[in-house]
Design a protein around this ligand. Structure first.
Ligand code: CMP
Length: 139
């Protein structure tokens, strides 16, 4: 299935604004099937591990604080060309640069509080999905 799956999180800013349903509807309407779904909150340590690749970046501490500040929705999604198509659906990291009708254009407020995460490669989609979900939690 490599190439057909990606991983996403609806981030604390979008959850706090009651946009879980709106964002899941955009995901479904764009043709993604939900393979796994979880509503949870990351500890600081878990957020730090999830974003370890960004450890040396200046925004790492802020990112970890924010991603552990409230509940998130994690999901594995399936569609042909999932990683690239999902990144198109969510739009640029900075909502000010995101295209019209993308999730971030509609629901994100800043580069940090940017509503959703999307995997940047097939390999990371696999790693990130396995961070949250066991085989028994995938359908
Ligand atoms: P995400 O797709 O979750 O992957 C890494 C995250 O780092 C990214 O979305 C942004 O939310 C965050 N990020 C990237 N650049 C910045 C920045 N300059 N300031 C704060 N957060 C950032």
């Amino acid at each position: 299935m490599l190439g057909n799956r990606t991983f996403t999180m609806i981030k604390p800013d979008a959850v706090a604004k009651n946009n879980i349903g709106n964002i899941l509807a955009m995901i479904n309407n764009a043709g993604f099937k939900i393979i796994a779904l979880k509503y949870t909150q990351l500890s600081r340590e878990q957020a730090g591990t999830f974003y370890e690749v960004h450890k040396e970046r200046p925004f790492y501490t802020e990112l970890v604080e924010f991603m552990s500040s409230g509940p998130i929705v994690a999901a594995i999604l399936e569609k042909n060309n999932a990683v690239a198509d999902f990144r198109t659906l969510i739009g640029a990291t900075d909502p000010a640069e995101a295209a019209e009708n993308t999730i971030r254009k509609k629901y994100a407020e800043s580069k940090g509080k940017n509503a959703v995460h999307g995997s940047d490669s097939d390999e990371n989609a696999q790693i990130e999905g396995s961070f949250f979900f066991s085989g028994l939690e995938r359908f």
